[in-house]
Design a protein around this ligand. Structure first.
Ligand code: NI
Length: 197
């Protein structure tokens, strides 16, 4: 049998009370613009519940690189993401911090649940050193680069009330879902071509 994933272990504490997916706040919602509060006052169970709410929400939306608590109206410094982009490896990232390892930046296309029907080309640090707490309270320090560093920076920005259109150098907004889907496929191909994984 496969070992339980981090999120499956968290779900064990909730038995029949698995939270429902939450609606995404979008664009001008003021809660997307707040500086979120550090997780200091929450019990482990409350922190696990928020993680699970984010997880259920991203699953219901068909998956994604990450989702931050403010995007569903919870102003806490927590996001979920997967460092290899699979639902099974999603983990909660609590009270994150990061610093660039070098000044070098790179651009690539990003999308966001809080900015529907759009893609933006955004400059991000190429390599970062990050730290965060796990759901069990362990302190993690890690170096990230490429798309991993990008996702971390994108989700971190949500905790400071920043959305990617604030800093992108090219924003494409789509009316037609088919055009958005074509663009999504093009972005994916570009990412693969560039070995940007
Ligand atoms: Ni986002």
């Amino acid at each position: 049998m496969e070992p339980l994933s981090v999120m499956e272990k968290i779900a064990l504490d909730f038995q029949d009370e698995i939270p429902e997916p939450l609606p995404f706040l979008v664009e001008d919602h003021p809660l997307l613009r707040r500086i979120s509060d550090p997780i200091k006052d929450l019990t482990a169970k409350e922190t696990k519940k928020i993680s699970l709410q984010l997880f259920e929400t991203i699953k219901a939306a068909g998956g994604g690189f990450g989702l931050a608590a403010p995007q569903v109206g919870i102003s806490k410094r927590l996001f979920i993401c997967s460092f290899d982009w699979k639902i099974e490896t999603i983990i909660p990232i609590i009270n994150p911090r990061y610093k660039p390892i070098e000044d070098e930046m790179e651009t690539h296309w990003e999308a966001c649940f809080s900015v529907p029907m759009a893609y933006g080309n955004v400059m991000r640090y190429k390599k970062i050193r990050c730290s965060y707490q796990t759901i069990d309270g362990a302190e993690i320090n890690a170096e990230l680069e490429g798309i991993k560093a990008r996702v971390f920076q994108h989700e971190y920005d949500h905790l400071d009330g920043i959305l990617y259109p604030d800093k992108c150098i090219d924003l494409r907004v789509f009316d037609d879902p088919d055009e958005l889907q074509n663009f999504r496929l093009w972005v994916r191909k570009e990412r693969e071509k560039a070995g940007y994984l």
